[in-house]
Design a binder for this molecule. Sequence first.
Ligand code: AMP
Ligand code: FE
Ligand code: FE
Ligand code: ZN
Length: 294
Amino acid sequence: MSERSDSGSTQRIDLHSHSTCSDGTTSVHELFAQARAAGLDALALTDHDTVAGWPDLPAAVAASGVTAVPGIEVSSEDQSRSVHVLAFLVDPSEDSELAAEMARARASRIERARRMVELISADHPVTWEDVTAQVAGDTTVIGRPHIADALVAAGVVPDRSAAFTEVLRPSGPYYVPYYAPSPLDAVRAIREAGGVSVLAHPGSVTRDDDLPLELLEQMVQAGLDGLEVDHREHGGTETARLGEFARRHDLLITGGSDFHGTGKPNRLGEHLTAPHVLEEIEARATSGTRVLRP
Ligand code: AMP
Ligand code: FE
Ligand code: FE
Ligand code: ZN
């Protein structure tokens, strides 16, 4: 984007990453060590539906010298379509609507994963124990990536990506949905928790048909703050289209790698966010949660 300077002196800010607290493969500590090695100045930790990694951030920042933006990637669902909303700088306390919705989603994810494994086990040699064996000690959110890892370990598929295309795809015979709030409720809950909401990889939501544009407009009306325009799932045309939508609706534009460790090809820092956007996120947040600087 034009706001991003190529001078090299600009801060390198990546606002989307995962740790072993959800479906990433690196601990929070290791994630920030790798962020430093990747030359990042700031990184947002945005595990799916949990703040479990947040307590590790102060030490990770101190050890790495990389600024941390506490975040979450909140799951929501619209007519069987999975819609992810990044939540930055929310109040992490457990009595919010946001916390309640995420707790419900996490519980539903476990039931859903068990059911999927039951269905898969009719055709492939994989058990629930094989899946839990793939889950790191600090994982609080079970997702299809963990089932994918069990399928890899059993030799059914070569890697996570193959597991997703061959066994775990939503149109396949083993897919089971899990509970998640509507995108509008997610946006409202994030705002109520004092945070800033950014629709994650909107291209994967709007690609297939035209209803989602209407959904996007509704999310804006519900208080959506921004769009993650710069993301590897967007081609050039999509990036331009989403950027135009964002400017027309006066939305913040972010970029992030969506790093999942070795679980995905995404590399830290492959997409970045302009420094003035992070400043605006900080200015908008009304919770006590702040960006953590070394
Ligand atoms: P779930 O939320 O359990 O339905 O799983 C969705 C998660 O799977 C996303 O957050 C991605 O991190 C991951 N994922 C989706 N597609 C792929 C893929 N092709 N390869 C690896 N991970 C994927
Ligand atoms: Fe993920
Ligand atoms: Fe996502
Ligand atoms: Zn993500």
